[in-house]
Design a protein around this ligand. Structure first.
Ligand SMILES: Cc1ncc(COP(=O)(O)O)c(C=O)c1O
Length: 349
């Protein structure tokens, strides 16, 4: 049974927040971008690249709740880790700095870190995180556990960002749906689709929020990595159901109600696609909005492809939830320069 927006808001407001996230993020109409795609589908961008902390991104919403939970539990340090250019890690480093917590990042020494300290990794260091890079074949989880032991020996109380944070991040994206609904109403608009880059909490939270409110909206998730759509959709339903239980919502979701595809990943996670870079340039050049090469550019290439194929039909509206990731642009300068054939035009006289 659907829940009213007011009741759902009251549930979200019951979760303690750190105040890290600047909410609501803006919802921008993108008429020039829509026109460049034929003008028959209205595209709006929900600017979660402007969540207010360290170049923004979806993880700021997540940490707003998850770190309030950690602090309530007496945590003094944060441990997390992902790829070397992780946006999650960069936002964790900034959040920890702002909350006066230590931060250990156990990231992968992958093809991007081999290129040197740039993009998110540069920012991780600026924020004062203890950045450790795990070589191939070394177990990342074990390194995190070792870091936790070290911190405990120093009298700290470490919080390893894990499943509970994923669920709280999903709660945060139910809250994002409420923002979108309010903002659309203020613009006298409605949407048919909500699209986003995500393989976990963001997709699950948006889908749960839409179902909770009983909205006639399709949520389309575009994964940044390969992994089998059916398997991922089952995982999304699991996260959504854990979240619904935590929120005391009498709603459950099935894998069949989730929509997530890895069709626009290309070769692999973190490897650029031509279509993703085209999408990134098109939005930048029509609306002045930056996307990133790993997540949001690829996801937008999926939206563009579906508009062109009519799978997102004429006359409909898409809200694209921009999950951030812009600092990675600098770590991908070689691919961007090659793609755009950028040159330094030096005038000598
Ligand atoms: C820019 C960006 N978009 C999307 C995602 C995916 O978020 P999730 O799969 O956790 O919902 C991430 C995750 O790191 C990200 O950095």
């Amino acid at each position: 049974m659907a829940v009213s927006a007011q009741d759902l808001q009251a549930v979200i407001d019951g979760f303690p927040r750190t105040g890290l996230a600047e909410l609501p993020t803006p919802l921008h109409d993108c008429p020039r971008f829509s026109e460049a795609l034929g003008g028959k589908v209205r595209v709006l961008v929900k600017r979660d690249d402007l969540t207010g902390l360290a170049f923004g991104g979806n993880k700021t919403r997540k940490f707003d709740l998850a770190l309030a939970d950690a602090l309530a539990d007496g945590a003094t340090a944060v441990i997390t880790g992902a790829a070397s250019q992780s946006n999650h890690a960069r936002q964790a480093a900034a959040a920890a700095a702002k909350l006066g917590m230590k931060c250990v990042l156990v990231n992968r020494h992958d093809h991007r870190s081999l290129m040197g300290i740039q993009g998110n990794q540069l920012l991780d260091n600026i924020f004062g995180a203890d950045v450790r890079l795990v070589a191939e074949g070394v177990n990342q989880e074990e390194v995190k556990n070792r870091a936790a032991e070290e911190l405990r020996a120093q009298g700290e109380k470490p919080y390893i960002i894990g499943r509970r944070a994923v669920v709280l991040g999903t709660v945060a994206y139910v809250g994002c749906v409420l923002e979108i609904v309010k903002q659309l109403a203020a613009m006298d608009a409605r949407t048919d689709f909500i699209s986003t880059a995500s393989g976990h909490g963001t997709n699950a939270g948006l889908a749960l929020g839409v179902k909770a409110l009983g909205l006639p909206v399709r949520v389309q998730g575009f994964s940044p990595s390969r992994g089998g759509n059916a398997r991922r959709e089952a995982q999304l339903a699991e996260v959504a159901n854990e979240t619904a239980a935590l929120m005391n919502l009498d709603i459950r979701m099935t894998a069949g109600e989730m929509e997530n595809t890895d069709a626009y990943v290309g070769q692999n996670y973190g490897i650029v696609t031509e279509a993703g870079l085209d999408a990134l340039h098109l939005l930048a050049r029509t609306e002045g909005i930056l996307l990133d090469p790993v997540y949001t550019g690829k996801a937008m290439s999926g939206v563009i492809d579906r508009i062109r194929k009519g799978e997102i039909p004429s006359g409909t509206t898409v809200v694209y939830v921009h999950t951030g990731g812009n600092p990675a642009l600098f770590a991908y300068a070689p691919e961007l320069i090659a793609h755009g054939d950028y040159r330094q035009n030096v005038i000598t006289q």
